[in-house]
Design a protein around this ligand. Structure first.
Ligand SMILES: NC(=O)c1ccc[n+]([C@@H]2O[C@H](COP(=O)([O-])OP(=O)(O)OC[C@H]3O[C@@H](n4cnc5c(N)ncnc54)[C@H](O)[C@@H]3O)[C@@H](O)[C@H]2O)c1
Ligand SMILES: [Zn+2]
Length: 361
């Protein structure tokens, strides 16, 4: 018989888990493995709430197993390191993002693309090498192989650093890979949520002219004045769309629900790229003709490799790019999820784990 989550490993852990597809989170006792020779253990201080957590809590992608402890934007302070750990020591400021393992031998792993390894192990809701379930950062302690641990630069506060570990790398990687990181390019960002608002900041730091494309005109003032976007396009206004057809070098699409992409393709220049990073649970409609006319590309991107994630957070530190966050106590997490459904957050919830997650035992 499978062991109880509390008895699988020697170290007691405590977090909040969903037990079914209602997605409601409640206190949960489990355990973490002892610090292995290549492992880093750390006290979790902050964890961001990604929309992927919401998709997973409600089993919207059909792959969730319960109990599920979400959280893959995890920041904290090292408490113990294994004997063969080289990069970290007790007291270091560290983080873990979306993955905690990969095969380390395939072509993707050899190219620092652990995120595309077929055996990549997700930070939560997956099976680790030893067959036990992985649990995420809505919890008090974390342990991970040092290869999957990121050093958080001193000049980024830990609460603001957390969302960079998923939202940050998810938009930085495609901007770089698809060549949208050159000064003067016109880059669009669709969906001004957790990912989208960081995409605006990175694209601006690369020197792009950035246009936010949104369904809600009420985000305009903030997008331009606070986030630094150059312009704002209301996607439901045909006249506004008409005026900028064929003017975008690339668009990063972060929308979490099914939405029409044909109007976005029309915004691209010849050779323009529409990069999907949002992950709606149902297929999008993709007509061929608009792609043929102008050799346009619709592409995708999933987080980023460990090397690039470190590069991203170092770049963020250098350019003073930090997410706009709303820090919440753990017992607000279910309300936060309800607000996230309604896109009622500017722009990322971050749970104050260190001060508010208290084990009852
Ligand atoms: N590719 C990856 O590696 C990766 C990584 C993280 C998250 N994601 C996915 O990206 C998506 C966005 O994540 P997030 O954390 O930024 O979410 P979020 O909820 O913070 O932001 C999503 C944005 O999309 C907008 N939106 C929602 N439905 C819309 C619709 N029908 N039309 C237009 N706009 C709409 C919302 O207003 C919001 O601004 C999610 O699907 C998430 O699972 C992908
Ligand atoms: Zn995420």
């Amino acid at each position: 018989m499978a062991k109880l989550a509390e008895q699988e490993h020697p170290n007691k852990a405590f977090g909040w888990a969903a037990r079914d597809s209602s997605g409601v989170l409640s206190p949960f006792n489990f355990s973490r493995r002892a610090t292995g020779e290549k492992d880093v253990s750390f006290k979790v201080l902050y964890c961001g709430i990604c929309h992927s957590d919401l998709h997973m809590l409600k089993n919207e992608w059909g792959s969730t197993t319960y109990p599920l402890v979400p959280g893959h934007e995890i920041a904290g302070i090292v408490t113990e390191v294994g004997s063969k750990v080289q990069k970290f020591k007790v007291g270091d400021r560290v983080g873990v993002g979306c993955m905690v393992g990969s095969c380390n031998s395939c072509e993707n792993c050899s190219n620092s693309l652990e995120n595309y390894c077929p055996k990549m192990i997700l930070t939560y809701g997956a099976k680790y090498f030893d067959g036990t379930t992985t649990y995420g950062g809505y919890s008090d302690i974390m342990v991970a192989d040092e290869h999957f641990v990121i050093r958080i630069p001193d000049n980024i506060a830990l609460d603001a650093a957390a969302p960079l570990l998923c939202a940050g790398i998810t938009v930085y990687s495609p901007l770089r890979y698809y060549g949208l990181d050159k000064p003067g390019l016109h880059v669009g960002v669709v969906g001004l949520g957790g990912l989208g608002h960081v995409a605006v900041k990175f694209a601006k730091a690369f020197g792009a002219k950035v246009t936010v494309i949104s369904t809600s005109p009420n985000k305009k003032k903030e997008a331009i004045e606070n986030l630094g976007a150059d312009s704002f396009l209301v996607s439901r206004e045909p006249e506004q769309i008409q005026a900028v057809l064929g003017t975008f070098d690339g668009i990063i699409d972060t929308v979490s629900a099914v939405h029409p992409i044909l109007p976005l393709i029309a915004l691209l220049k010849t050779h323009g790229k529409l990069v999907m990073v949002g992950a709606p649970e149902k297929p999008l409609e993709l007509p061929a003709f608009p792609l043929l006319m102008g050799r346009k590309m619709v592409a995708g991107s999933c987080i980023g490799g460990m090397k690039e994630t470190q590069e991203m957070i170092d770049f963020a530190a250098k350019h003073k790019i930090t997410p706009d966050i709303e820090v919440i106590p753990i017992d607000y997490v279910n309300t936060a999820m309800e607000r996230l459904v309604k896109a009622d957050v500017k722009y990322r919830f971050v749970i104050d784990i260190g001060n508010t997650l208290k084990s009852s035992s």
